[in-house]
Design a protein around this ligand. Structure first.
Ligand code: 5RP
Length: 235
């Protein structure tokens, strides 16, 4: 299957294939969002069609649709109550397994689901590995009401914290503001480099209008890194 793929997809596929080896019969699973997570859902679908019995909680409508087409049973997080394992992609990860997520706009459900799991495994190609988070714009989900004020408060906060870059841009979907599954919008924070990830994650969430930010600190347990030559590393 991997031989016919473009190199980047081979890397994503081999990471996803490795990750589903951690899935056991009877598990309740968090199903991530994005192109790498989509490979995982497809790999999981194959196992389900071979008799594996699992139930998944999708982190977006996109993933829910894909899981259904793969024949994977899905439920809500409230129904599942707690999950054994979440497998998801990331936009960046550092040496401490802190993440930036939300490039695909699903950070809110992704963070809730990962936090409600015994274990979170991130699957990634090697390009997402960084020494310091921040080159990828940090997504922050905000409610539509007073969004420009929320943006100004975020900008002020970044200045006071002396975070590099500090450009904040509303995410667009064509001519319109991007709308998340929860009916919110996303502000992308162009920071270049985040010094204190833990502090920034806490401070951002104290700003009125901010629903959640895309920094995942102390949530990820393992990263499986796929390479375009088919090699896989685990951190
Ligand atoms: C979606 C996410 C994705 O996991 C992240 O954007 C990585 O996506 P991809 O695997 O397509 O590179 O956080 O909100």
């Amino acid at each position: 299957m991997s031989e016919a793929l473009p190199p980047i997809d081979t890397a994503k596929f081999v990471a996803a294939k490795k990750a589903v080896e951690y899935v056991e019969d009877g598990m309740k699973l968090g199903l991530g969002t994005g192109s790498t997570a989509a490979w995982m859902v497809k790999c999981l679908g194959e196992l389900v069609r071979d008799g594996l019995n699992v139930v998944g909680v999708p982190t977006s409508t996109r993933t829910a649709e894909l899981a259904r087409t793969q024949g994977i049973k899905i439920t809500t997080l409230d129904e599942a109550k707690w999950l054994d394992l979440t497998i998801d992609g990331a936009d960046e990860f550092d040496g401490e397994l802190n993440l930036i997520k939300g490039g695909g706009g699903a950070l809110l459900q992704e963070k809730i689901v990962a936090t409600a799991s015994d274990q979170m495994i991130v699957i990634s190609d090697v390009s997402k590995q960084v020494d310091r988070l921040g080159a990828f714009p940090l997504p922050v989900e905000v409610i539509p009401f007073g969004m420009k004020i929320t943006q100004a408060l975020i900008e002020e906060t970044l200045v006071s914290m002396d975070v590099a870059g500090q450009k904040v841009t509303p995410r667009m979907d064509g001519q319109a503001l991007y709308v998340t599954d929860e009916g919110n919008h996303i502000l992308d924070l162009h920071l270049q480099r985040i010094g204190n990830v833990r502090q920034l994650a806490l401070v951002l969430n104290q700003i009125p209008g901010v629903v959640e930010n895309g920094l995942f600190v102390d949530i990820c347990d393992k990263v499986i890194i796929g390479h375009s030559d088919g090699r896989v590393q685990t951190r």
